[in-house]
Design a protein around this ligand. Structure first.
Ligand code: SF4
Ligand code: SF4
Length: 396
């Protein structure tokens, strides 16, 4: 489907707290603005609800996962239309049970709906001649066999991809081992982001509802800090929804490669001029001073002349570094490293810099903040200059 010439419609409403009754009303209000939930979900259809749940267990308050009360509120609305509802994501099998630590399991139990770990239900090989990076991949059977996919992304920054929202959340329908391998197979930023868009193009959600009440700023998707934004966004076009979300937190949608490439490939609308925002105006909910990841400076610098941009982007590369005092020796980072660059030595993680491909999977998985992102002095200086340039570009 080519959406380049179409306009997109995104609902934007304020929402104050994670209280199921209140949130159901807020989400319902957002959905009413785009035609109502029943316009997306036929009666008694088979619905899959894709949450954002990173593999290492974390409590909901850290804002790494879609809040369980948000999930419960959506599912409560869905139950008025269909009883065939499955909630899920692909996470490491416990113990501990990641779904229980975050509270998603309890939320699904309260709502009386099925919760699955995608890796326990199997994957189906998929290929598409229109792909830019992938020859073939494996996608969750449960997702592919559903009639309606409802995507519930969390509003978060991302150290590697700048922003993770509705488009990138669909990467989670691949098996965890393959997701890690792709970090090594698609090391160049262009290839990695085109690969993400390939996955998105094969599992386009029918409806996206973003948890933007408590977002994550800084070095997300796991190492950032919670930040209140107080909004819910909803719409059929995941690209447009992400474009509105990034604008709210001060990121130019065109600095997020997944959005840029998805729009170029006709998979959605990233141009704000072609998006009708209904409900609140973006300017009324904009958050000033939202911390962006260092990678957003790189995106801004890439707008500079080509010879300069290549040099600068290289300098901006960040490497992971282990903070020994915080390392508990849990070895989660060693398990996820796609090139086996991490070894455990005296119960402390050690990174072999010469093997590291800077995918930051270890940073993403460490729940003890023991893996920090290291940038050279020159890189930090350039990041500062990049942000200054970004402000200048935004004004012009
Ligand atoms: S760095 Fe983090 S993930 Fe790795 S062993 Fe230490 S605590 Fe665990
Ligand atoms: S050490 Fe960390 S950043 Fe480097 S390749 Fe392994 S997981 Fe990726």
């Amino acid at each position: 489907m080519n959406m380049k010439s179409e306009r997109a419609k995104i609902a934007l409403v304020r929402a104050g707290a994670y209280k199921c009754d209140e949130l159901s009303i807020d989400i319902d209000e957002a959905l009413d603005l785009i035609g109502g939930l029943s316009s997306f979900v036929p009666p008694q259809s088979k619905v899959f609800v894709k949450i954002n749940h990173l593999p290492p267990p974390s409590v909901a308050e850290k804002c790494i996962v879609t809040n369980p009360v948000f999930v419960e509120a959506v599912v409560t609305l869905l139950k008025a239309i269909t009883t065939d509802i499955t909630v899920g994501d692909d996470i490491d099998s416990g113990p501990p049970d990641g779904f229980e630590v975050s509270g998603i399991r309890q939320a699904c139990d309260r709502a009386g709906v099925k919760l699955i770990n995608l890796r326990e239900e199997g994957f189906i090989e998929k290929s598409d001649a229109n792909n830019m990076a992938l020859d073939k991949t494996y996608i969750s059977k449960a997702v592919l066999e559903s009639d309606v996919i409802i995507n519930l992304p969390k509003m978060k920054t991302h150290s590697l991809a700048v922003f993770t929202g509705a488009v990138k959340n669909m990467y989670g329908v691949l098996p965890g081992g393959i997701r890690r391998r792709y970090h090594a197979d698609y090391m160049a930023r262009v290839d990695f982001n085109q690969m993400l868009v390939d996955v998105f193009s094969q599992v386009r959600p029918h409806l996206n509802i973003m948890d933007g009440i408590m977002a994550m700023e800084g070095e997300g998707p796991a190492g950032g800090s919670p930040r209140k934004v107080g909004v819910v966004l909803a719409g059929a076009d995941a690209v447009a929804l992400d474009a509105v979300a990034t604008t709210i937190i001060g990121i130019d949608p065109m600095d997020v490669r997944t959005l840029k490439y998805a729009a170029q490939r006709g998979l959605g609308v990233a141009d704000l001029g072609s998006i009708d925002v209904v409900g609140q105006a973006i300017d009324d909910v904009k958050v000033l001073g939202f911390k962006h990841p260092a990678s957003s400076s790189g995106a801004a610098v890439e707008k500079a002349p080509r010879f300069l941009a290549g040099f600068v982007v290289k300098q901006l590369d960040v490497k992971p570094s282990v903070k020994k005092v915080k390392c508990t020796g849990c070895a989660e980072c060693a398990k996820v490293c796609p090139v086996h660059a991490i070894k455990m030595s005296s119960k402390i993680a050690k990174i072999n810099d010469s093997m590291c491909i800077k995918c930051l999977c270890c940073h993403e998985v460490c729940r003890y903040d023991a893996i920090v992102r290291r940038q050279s002095f020159g890189g930090r200086l350039l990041a500062f200059l990049g942000k200054t340039m970004q402000r200048a570009f935004n004004k012009s």
